[in-house]
Design a protein. Structure first.
Length: 169
């Protein structure tokens, strides 16, 4: 490439770079303007929402004032106190004859004794078995010189022992 052609190409390159810088600066400026407009729009919407909220609160509070609130709270306290008095009157006045404390103590002692008796009766019985009759004569209390027991009496005693054993279970 010749020097004048290279020079012309370099000159065009510089012009394009300058145009590119200007275009980039313009784009940057436009972007800043867009951001500013968006921020202003957000601020406007926020302010409008705050104004609507303020108007709504003013409308609500327009019907209220501290005197009305105090009066209402006082009425509530009075009604609550009245309710407490009524409940107290209902629960404190015994209906019917008064209960004798000594009678209650006697009944309580009787119930405790019944409970103790039941507990004592439910302790169980000593198991009855034929083991005691298998012991040697001196160990089971039989005396050797004792008269022989009739067979019928032995059968009755045997049957009685079996019944006692069944009842013990």
């Amino acid at each position: 490439m010749s020097a004048p052609a290279a020079r012309a190409a370099l000159k065009r390159k510089k012009q394009h770079e300058h145009t590119l810088e200007q275009t980039t600066a313009q784009i940057s400026t436009l972007e800043q303007q867009i951001y500013s407009i968006e921020a202003a729009n957000i601020n406007r919407e926020t302010l409008a929402a705050m104004e609507r909220a303020g108007a709504a609160m003013q409308q609500i509070h327009g019907k209220l004032n501290i005197d009305k609130v105090d009066a209402t709270m006082e009425k509530l306290r009075e009604q609550h106190a009245l309710g407490e008095e009524i409940a107290s009157a209902i629960t404190s006045a015994p209906i019917g004859e008064p209960i004798d404390e000594s009678e209650l103590d006697d009944e309580l002692a009787e119930l405790e004794q019944e409970q103790l008796d039941d507990k004592m009766l439910k302790t169980g019985t000593v198991p009855v078995s034929d083991e005691i009759h298998r012991l040697p004569a001196a160990a089971n209390g039989e005396i050797k010189g004792k008269a022989p027991v009739h067979a019928e009496e032995e059968d009755d005693e045997e049957e009685l022992r079996k019944l006692q054993a069944e009842m013990a279970m």
